[in-house]
Design a binder for this molecule. Sequence first.
Ligand SMILES: NC(=O)CC[C@H](N)C(=O)O
Length: 390
Amino acid sequence: MTAVSNPLPSRTSVPALLVLEDGSSFRGRAIGAAGTVFGEAVFNTGMAGYQEVLTDPSYRRQIVAMTAPHVGNYGLNDADMESDAIQVAGFVVREAARRPSNWRSQRDLRTALTEDGVVGIEGIDTRRLTRLLRDEGAMRAGLSTEVLDVDALQAQVLDAPGMAGAELASEVTTREPYVLDPVGGRRLRVVALDFGMKRSIGRFLAEQGAEVHVLPASATPDEVRERRPDGLFLSNGPGDPATVTQGIATTAELLGEVPTFGICLGSQLLGHALGGETYKLDFGHHGVNQPVLRRADGAVEITSHNHGFAVRASALGEQTDAHTYTTREHGRVEVSHVNLNDDVVEGLTARDVPAFSVQYHPEAAPGPTDARYLFERFTRLVLEVRGATA
Ligand SMILES: NC(=O)CC[C@H](N)C(=O)O
């Protein structure tokens, strides 16, 4: 008999069930831990980058379905983790790779889901699921290897909380402050408020020569001031931005005092701090090819997204020209970036205080790198303000 050195693992035959709040159901095979989980079902259109998606804390309490039909080919490695572990509540794929082509010494998708205690399902019609979510909007969902009766699981889904009103940043923020060393000599000191910050974002800030003081989401304006920062960074994060009340209050108080840059949830918090509001999108933007118009020069950036909420332009204040609003307390703010698919606000630039933000992901992990220049833009803004006040 010939020995087979590296046989394909046999397909699991453990059944799993996904049920949406409207009762739509999908039967498939388990690819992760055993259990029952609830969350908001969303679809991600990236062809690759599943490791960064899985480990992005902004995906907390979401059941993420990948539209790419085959996921897991290259495995997971240590370098591309966006946090310590998989964060999604559940993971849905058409077909999970049975054996990864790379990083075999590290983790394959099935092992990673199982080790991190995350329930996953494969073998379902992800196109049908995506069409449902696109037509009906993001829905609450349940995914289970234990409750295999559709009505029973749907009843539990209907009892589970939705994403509107969900405060999740406190679950993923750092418990203790810590400092990231600047790369290549210190040029500036930044306080980063951590609402669930992706690791790559901290790296890109540090690569700007920033000594990055990462503080918990609960940090007060005085706790920020104690660090004597040249700049304030507002991170990405999960949940409904309107619930991040301390983050909004801290940002609002420091506006005009410390130059500020926000990414994703951070952009929404800047919108609130300027006096505006956020609202829930129907099915959100989760992918790596969203076209965003940069109004300053008419360029289109192809960008990486993961957001289910957005800033409402009209709530920022009185509209003074096509894209500029006068806020009650912080002067003018311009909607600097807009999504070309659906006109959603994708960036804010305050005109009378040094603050700007983008709703998408310049760190591009995963995604195209068109917007990486924004880290440099933040550094320039910080150095300009410091130069002017020195
Ligand atoms: N990636 C993020 O920061 C997401 C922000 C917010 N939780 C949203 O879904 O809109």
